[in-house]
Design a protein around this ligand. Structure first.
Ligand code: SF4
Length: 445
């Protein structure tokens, strides 16, 4: 008997992600379907078994998967094909970022019956219920205090109006989850946690974002919960840093993108220049908050000289802010932004990009993790490298760290044994997974 109206599945988001964030992209839509009287079941492919997925598929009328462009698309496709094979009557659907930016392409897949193309479903509801508690308890807590980002960075597909959640609701919801799920750390997934203007039925409003962070922080201090989030460089004023420290923030990320003034202001239209990044670094240093400085290399229009400016700025950052963590991602042309069109059209000498036409095709794109990504990571993400290679295992990665350091110094970022490093890290994850399983089975005995 098909006694489940809607089965919502969160496919694995990557091969080796150390973070296991709360699968909000199925929990909010689930709350919406439940509010419409549907019987909803949830499957998180990072934790739940294939046997349980098969059983749920056999008993479901409809299945929906959430997919972000990239690896997760391939997993989503695999699960929907499995569903059609096991239960040919089942209605299949895709939601999430990928369905939003490429609805027609997703709809054209032979194993997809429908697409949910809106940016959000049910996000005004509270998805924490006794039967969803497990999805909060076993994951790294993730939560939103606001939605959207109104800026117009040319490489970004996230832009949408900023919508803050009511501070009273944030307080009530965080306390309710904390009481049952007992977390001590939360990652705020807001793209831009400290924006200050929004529009509702009553028109435009401007808020004091420093006070808002303090207000949210009061809840977090009461609960003894620490957190990380994303902010724009110009918002990191001394007052904001003070407020973040008060609010128990321990880690914050800024999208720097480039160290070249012209590139930042004119080509990607970041809305600020290099000075804003430097001021943010000076304001945050010594505060106790570790800042993650995120850069992107090899975008259409970027010259080797501009990339060298980025590397110079990074050297300045790590000298100025000793708690800095830095990543350079290689640009990947994801649709939904003007820069994607530049990549397709080969603007500025960019090798013309031919976009994949299927979900599985998007899953195979691995453009982000290139020599510059690993060279920067092994230089400036010691936090991750030390976590991945603790104690005696350090010897395994040490030669690659030394190679990365020497390459960074000589500004030689064209080649690196990326696949070897990826394999080593995968092996470390596997080792950790086996150790955790052995530990769990010991506890059971
Ligand atoms: S890159 Fe960041 S600041 Fe720019 S539009 Fe996207 S979310 Fe907003």
């Amino acid at each position: 008997m098909k006694n489940i109206d809607m089965l919502l599945v969160y496919p694995k988001p990557g091969k080796d992600s150390p973070l296991q964030l709360t699968p909000l992209s199925i929990l909010y839509p689930g709350a919406l379907f439940e509010s419409q009287g549907m019987r909803v079941a949830y499957h998180d492919d990072r934790f739940d078994t294939e046997e349980s997925l098969i059983d749920l598929i056999k008993h479901s009328k409809e299945i929906g998967v959430s997919a972000f462009t990239g690896f997760q698309c391939g997993e989503a496709a695999r699960i929907l094909k499995l569903a059609k094979r096991l239960n040919p009557e089942i209605v299949t659907g895709v939601g999430g970022h990928h369905a939003r930016i490429l609805p027609d392409q997703v709809q054209a897949e032979p194993f997809v019956d429908k697409v949910w193309p809106l940016p959000s479903y049910g996000e005004y509801l509270f998805p924490f219920k006794p039967h969803t508690e497990i999805h909060f308890k076993r994951t790294d807590m993730q939560y939103f205090t606001s939605r959207g980002c109104p800026f117009a960075c040319r490489f970004c597909a996230l832009r949408s109006p900023w919508e803050p959640k009511d501070a009273g609701d944030i307080d009530r919801e965080l306390r309710a989850i904390h009481e049952k799920a007992g977390f001590d750390y939360v990652s705020f997934a807001d793209p831009n946690i400290a924006y200050d203007r929004y529009k509702d039925g009553g028109g435009w409003h401007t808020i004091d974002s420093v006070s808002r962070i303090r207000q949210i922080g009061k809840t977090l201090r009461d609960l003894k919960v620490f957190w990380d989030g994303n902010i724009r460089s110009p918002d990191l004023t001394p007052e904001m840093v003070e407020s973040l420290v008060y609010a128990n923030c321990t880690s914050i990320e800024i999208g720097c993108e480039s160290g070249n003034e012209y590139f930042l202001r004119n080509l990607i239209k970041k809305g600020h220049g290099v000075e804003a990044i430097k001021t943010a670094a000076k304001n945050i240093r010594g505060s106790g908050i570790s800042m993650m400085y995120s850069f992107i290399a090899n975008m259409p229009g970027e010259t080797p000289a501009m990339l060298r400016d980025t590397m110079e700025l990074i050297d300045w950052i790590v000298d100025t802010d000793p708690a800095a963590r830095v990543s350079i991602y290689n640009y990947t042309p994801y649709p939904g932004s003007p820069m994607f069109d530049d990549a397709v059209n080969g603007v500025g000498g960019y090798p013309k990009f031919t976009p994949p036409t299927t979900m599985e095709g998007w899953a195979q794109l691995r453009l982000m993790q290139t020599p510059i990504y690993w060279i920067t990571g092994l230089n400036f993400r010691m936090d991750n490298t030390k976590k991945n290679f603790p104690g005696e295992d350090w010897k395994i990665i040490e030669p690659y760290v030394k190679m990365a350091q020497s390459k960074w110094k000589s500004r030689d970022v064209s080649e690196f044994p990326c696949e070897e490093v990826e394999r080593l890290i995968e092996r470390q994850f596997e080792k950790r997974r086996i150790a955790a399983e052995q530990e769990a089975s010991k506890e059971q005995k």
